[in-house]
Design a protein around this ligand. Structure first.
Ligand SMILES: [Zn+2]
Length: 79
């Protein structure tokens, strides 16, 4: 557990505009999604990779857990 482990940000799933408060996106009105991005060295900050180390997405794993939950579970790193 690091100092930032309970930091929560709120993002629009389309525009990815971060805010510190829950609410709706100022661009499109979608409800913002609350996320825990983890500490700077947390593996969940890395992009999604397959077993050969090929990068599958540019988005980090913490975001994929919120936006494409089922896909992220398939590539969950073993702790
Ligand atoms: Zn939006």
């Amino acid at each position: 557990m690091g100092i930032n482990s309970d930091v929560e940000v709120y993002l629009c799933s389309v525009h990815l505009i971060p805010t510190g408060e829950p609410g709706v996106c100022s661009e499109c009105g979608r409800e913002l999604v609350g996320c825990h991005p983890g500490d700077p060295d947390d593996p969940c900050r890395r992009p999604l990779m397959d077993q050969h180390g090929r990068i599958l997405t540019r988005a980090p794993l913490w975001w994929l857990r919120y936006s494409v939950t089922d896909l992220a579970k398939r590539f969950q790193p073993k702790d």
